[in-house]
Each structure stands twice: as C-alpha cells, then as structure tokens.
Design a protein. Structure first.
Length: 263
C-alpha cells in the first residue's frame, strides 16, 4: 500500500504533537488541506511540526495560525513546508531563499542575520524539507524508473530517518521487485524510527507473508489494527491469513469487521 497521503488524523496529531483544536484551526484557515478521508501528507506533517515548535517557543496559537497563513499566501502551493520559521519577539519571523528575515505577521523586512541567528534558524524542518523533496521525486519516478525511485526513497530516508512514507513506499517497491527479504529488513529499520505508523506494520505484515513467516505477519497485522482499527485492508488480510492458519473464529471476526467497514 503506497500512499501520497499516508497519515490519518490521529497519527498526524501524534506525529506533530499538536492539539486537535490547533490542527483544526490550521485546516479551517487553509494552511493545510487534508486529502480525502482526513489523511495528511509528509509535507503537511512538516508544517504541523513547525506549528508545534512555534507553540513550544511561546508563540500564541492565534499568532501561529496567522503567521503560517500569511507566509503561505505569498508562496506557491505546497511550498510552506520548505520555509524556515522561528519565534521572534513574541511573534514569528521567516527566512526567505535570499536570506532575508521577514516578520511573518506584517511582511516587514528585519535586520540581516548574524551568525547566531543563522545557526538558530537551522531547524529540524530543513532535513524534513530535503526528505520531502526526495520523496516527491521518488513517487514521480516509480512508474518510469524503479531504480531511480529506489535511490530517491533512500535519499529521503538519509535526510530524515523518520520519514514513514518513504519506508512504506520503498518497501512496497522492493516487494514488487521480488525483494521481500530486503523489504522486511527495511520495515524492521522503520520500527526504530516510526513505530506508531500503522502502514509500516501493515506493509511489514504483507512482506512477512511473502517470505513465509505467517505467525509474525499475524502479530504485525494486529499491531497495525491496534494503532488504526479502521484499517480495512488489515482486517481483510488478517482474516484470510487466520483462515489459512486454522483460526476460524479469528478469521470470521476480522472478515466481519472488514465487511462492516465496506457498508
């Protein structure tokens, strides 16, 4: 399962550390736009983490939303995840591509950076930006050049070892190339960095099935469902697998859950 918007609402809140109220305000103001089914992209998570960092720095929620909305309005769609923002004098400042400092609330140009400022403005989001760019390249390359797509996914993971979408998509790519043992190893690595991601466990389970480790696959499906009980494909796959293993009541339970979710 390779998705360009792999994070459901609950997981987005958990990864970003935001309150539902602040995330709701960012959606309402158009700062981020969840995809169908309230799913969020890796770039959305970068923006949400930026909002969390600003709140942690003492910027009021109202000013966080205002600053992100104002900065977004001056950018191309989807470019907000690449902007460096930080708390400044009770508000928010942004750094432009030409190193200008801008008051994110008024648009006023601030004094040039000194060395201390430059160091402070090297946020975690810089690595996430590099990962997001490599991830976008990889998704675009999958249909035409799987080797180049694999290399781009690995660049994304080198830039951000917590990029769960790169693990999910790369693992699926490896399995499609009959390299399922490599996919299993990749998902084992993913568990060290983004264990609370349901799709990592789901895809790990399918890879474990492919390499003939059904009982470990059952545990992986169960973990995916513990994190996201609405993951219909996990109910279906687990139901089919349990039937094959002779657990008829368990199979019926999960296949029934799958059917209920299709109504």
């Amino acid at each position: 399962m390779a998705l360009d918007a792999p994070y459901p609402l609950r997981q987005a809140l958990r990864l970003a550390g935001l309150t539902p109220r602040l995330l709701g305000a960012l959606v309402e103001q158009g700062v981020i736009s969840p995809r169908e089914g309230q799913r969020f992209t890796h770039q959305d998570i970068v923006v949400l983490r930026t909002a969390k960092a600003l709140r942690d720095a003492g910027v009021p929620a109202r000013k966080v939303v205002q600053a992100l909305r104002n900065v977004q309005a001056s950018l191309a769609p989807g470019a907000l995840s690449g902007v460096r923002l930080r708390a400044h004098a009770g508000g928010v400042e942004a750094r432009t591509a030409d190193q200008q400092r801008i008051n994110a609330h008024t648009g006023q140009v601030l004094l040039p950076f000194d060395e201390e400022d430059a160091a402070a403005m090297r946020p975690l989001a810089a690595q996430e930006e590099d990962a997001a760019q490599a991830l976008s390249q990889a998704v675009a390359l999958e249909a035409s050049d799987s080797a180049a797509a694999e290399a781009a996914y690995r660049r994304a993971l080198a830039a951000d070892p917590c990029c769960s979408a790169a693990y999910v998509n790369l693992g699926a790519l490896l399995c499609e190339s009959q390299r399922c043992e490599e996919a299993v190893a990749l998902y084992e690595q993913a568990l060290d960095h983004c264990e609370p991601t349901p799709l990592v466990h789901f895809n790990r389970a399918t890879a474990l099935e492919d390499v003939g480790r059904p009982h470990q696959a059952v545990a992986a499906y169960e973990r995916a469902l513990a994190l996201d009980p609405a993951l219909a494909d996990a109910h279906y796959n687990l139901g089919v697998l349990l039937e094959r293993l002779g657990d008829h009541p368990g199979s019926l339970r999960h296949l029934s859950a799958y059917r209920r979710q299709q109504l």
